[in-house]
Design a protein around this ligand. Structure first.
Ligand code: CTP
Ligand code: CA
Length: 232
């Protein structure tokens, strides 16, 4: 939509988002991460700011400019993202967890570079589970309206609905990451939005493949509708 018709349905609301990958250090020169580009989270932050929200974007390492009017907090590890997100969620109306958070980190960080040891053809790395950021925010009290994402390669709707309930979310944005040219790193994406049905409404909306910018706008429209419906 041209800028003069932008809806101000988020005017005055505080929205926190997470975006990008997290990075788990192994030693001073190495880390574990994933292919998230951050594009979807940055597009959502830009869309929310255009609608009048005060937006805080907690970002893993990405190669993207900060959207206009957005406050950006850079983090690397999941634990850093967890601390920043929990702090920011305290005074937020809406929390959107779009980051591709590393599920595991190295059990211990090696102060010195891990060396090859002669004779060893294999190296064992023990990983431990990271905290679940979006789930922790969704069980805090008081809590913002909480939106999660679900990246799935099969049974998209049933896995996503399971995450919606298990993590106590208000809404979930499911992506089929097995579709070529969509999602991770791409400029286009499609999504299935699911929410918990307290009214007679269906609790489900399919958004067809489109640019991440227009998809972000459509996602924020539904987030704002569900948020305002919950306040009534
Ligand atoms: N998430 C999070 N903290 C984690 C892992 C995931 O906040 N440690 C959030 C993501 O930002 C996303 C949602 O949880 O909003 C779902 O992420 P996803 O990776 O699809 O789900 P997981 O619960 O990690 O399950 P799995 O990877 O096994 O499918
Ligand atoms: Ca995961």
């Amino acid at each position: 939509a041209p800028d003069d018709t932008v809806s101000l349905d988020a005017l005055g609301l505080a929205i926190t988002l997470t975006a990008g990958p997290t990075r788990e250090p192994l030693d001073p020169v190495r880390y574990l991460t994933n292919h998230s580009s951050g594009k979807m989270g940055y597009a959502l932050a830009a869309a929310a700011a255009r609608r009048g929200a005060r937006v805080r974007l907690i970002s893993g390492p990405v190669n993207l400019p900060t959207p206009a009017g957005v406050e950006r907090i850079d983090v690397e590890s999941t634990n850093e993202m967890y601390e920043a997100a929990r702090q920011s969620a305290i005074d937020s109306d809406i929390f959107i967890g779009c980051a591709a958070v590393a599920d595991y980190r190295a059990e211990r960080f090696s102060e010195h570079k891990i060396k090859k040891t002669s004779g060893d053809e294999a190296l064992e790395l023990r990983l431990v589970k990271n905290p679940d950021i979006v789930a922790a925010i969704a069980v805090a009290e008081p809590r913002p309206f909480v939106v999660g994402f679900a990246a799935e390669t099969r049974d998209v709707e049933s896995y996503a609905r399971d995450k919606l309930v298990r993590k106590n979310l208000d809404m979930i944005v499911a992506n089929d990451v097995s579709q070529a040219g969509l999602g991770f790193g791409a400029d286009e994406n499609a999504a299935l939005l699911l929410w918990r049905d307290t009214t007679s409404e269906s609790g489900r909306l399919e958004l067809p493949p489109q640019s991440k910018a227009t998809l972000a706008d459509a996602i924020i429209t539904t987030v704002m509708e569900r948020f305002h419906a919950k306040q009534r």
